[in-house]
Design a protein around this ligand. Sequence first.
Ligand code: PLP
Length: 409
Amino acid sequence: MANFDQINPPHRLLMGPGPINADPRVLRAMASQLLGQYDPAMTGYMNEVMALYRALFRTENRWTLLVDGTSRAGIEAVLVSAIRPGDKVLVPVFGRFGHLLCEIARRCRADVHSIEAPWGEVFSPEAIEDAIKRVRPRVLLTVQGDTSTTMLQPLEQLGDICRRHDVLFYSDATASFGGNPLETDAWGLDAVSAGLQKCLGGPSGSAPVTLSPRCEASIRRRACVEAGIRTAEHRQGEDEMIYSNYFDLGMIMDYWGPERLNHHTEATSMLFAARECARLLLAEGIDAAIARHKLHGGAMLAGIRGMGLEVFGDMRHKMNNVLGVVIPPGIAGEQVRQMMLNDFAIEIGTSFGPLHGKIWRIGTMGYNARKDCVMQTLGALEGVLHRLGFVSPQGAGLQAAWDSYGAPA
Ligand SMILES: Cc1ncc(COP(=O)(O)O)c(C=O)c1O
C-alpha cells in the first residue's frame, strides 16, 4: 500500500456534460491553507461568498449560501426543508433530472404529481399552469437545464403563475447556472440550487443555494436547534421538524447568519473554490460569460452539423453549454468515445435512459468554453469518425466552426 504513487492524474480535456476541467485559479484557491471555523477571516470569506452568489443569482435574497456536498446535496437540502410530509408538489419532467426531483420529493414523503414531455422538448408555461390548476400543489419543482437531454426549460413566466396560485417555485440550475440567463428575483423564484462543476469552472462538491424570504419563512416554521447547543432564547418552530439534520436549511442559515450557531464544519477548501468561481465569473461579467457559452456552444453546433451529423432535440431550447449529437447508424458510440479518450485525451459524454447508445453529449462550458477546446474536439471527432468509416468532406466540421466564429477564409 505504501508504494502507491502520489496522485498524478493523466491530462484530459473534459468536453462532456460536466464535470469539466477546473480553472487553474480555482485549483490554486483550493490549495490555500485552512482556517478555523470562527476565525474572523473565515466568517469574512463566508460573508463574501454570500454577497458574490447574490450577484450571480441576481437576487437580493439574504439567504444565499453554500450547502456542502455536490449539487444533489443542494437539491436535497431545499426539498427536505421546503416540503412537509403530505405536501403536494408538481414536477414537470423532461429528462432524467426531473425524475430525480420526483424521487427526492417522494423520499420527503410529498404527494408527488408530475407531467412529462418527450425527451428533447420542454413545457410551455400554459401546460405548467394547467397542471398547477389541476393539481393545486404547494411547491413547483423544476429543472432549468436538464443535461440528460440538453434542453433548457424557459422559467421567465413561471414565477407569476406560481404567485397567482400561491405556489413556492424552485429550480435546479446545476447545469445551466453561469452559462444561460437566470434571474432569481425578476423571475419570481423562491429557491434555486446549483453546483460548481459545469459553467462555473470548478470541481463538484459545493452547492450554492438561494432562498426567498417567503421560502425562508416556511423553513423557519420548522425551526429546530440541537439540544446540546440550545439556549433559553431559542424557539422551536410550530411546524414539523425537517427530517434531515445535515440538510436542515434552518440550521444551515443559523450557521451562516450572525449567530454562527454550530452545525457542520464548513468545507473550507470547497468554500475557497466556490468563492473563486463566483469571483471569476463576476469579473468577466455575467452577460459576457453567457455570451461566451453561446458563442462556443454555437460553434460546436455548427461544426457538428458541418460534419454531417444530426443533433438531438428542439434547437430553440438548447442549453448554451451542452449539445446532444445523434450517433450515426453503423458507428459504435462507445468505440468513438474510447478513441477520443485514448488517442486524443478528450472526454465526450455518453447518455442515460431512453437516449443511452443513441446520442453523445458534448459540453462547452466553464473553463472549457473556449475556441481551442471546440476546435480540438471537432478535429479529433472528425478524425475518429473517418477512421471508423463515417465519410464527410475532410475538415468540413472545422470549416463550419471557423465560419460560425466569423473567421476570415
Ligand atoms: C441538472 C442536474 N441536476 C443535478 C445534477 C447532480 O449533480 P451532482 O452530481 O453534482 O450531485 C446534475 C449533474 O449532472 C445535473 O446536470
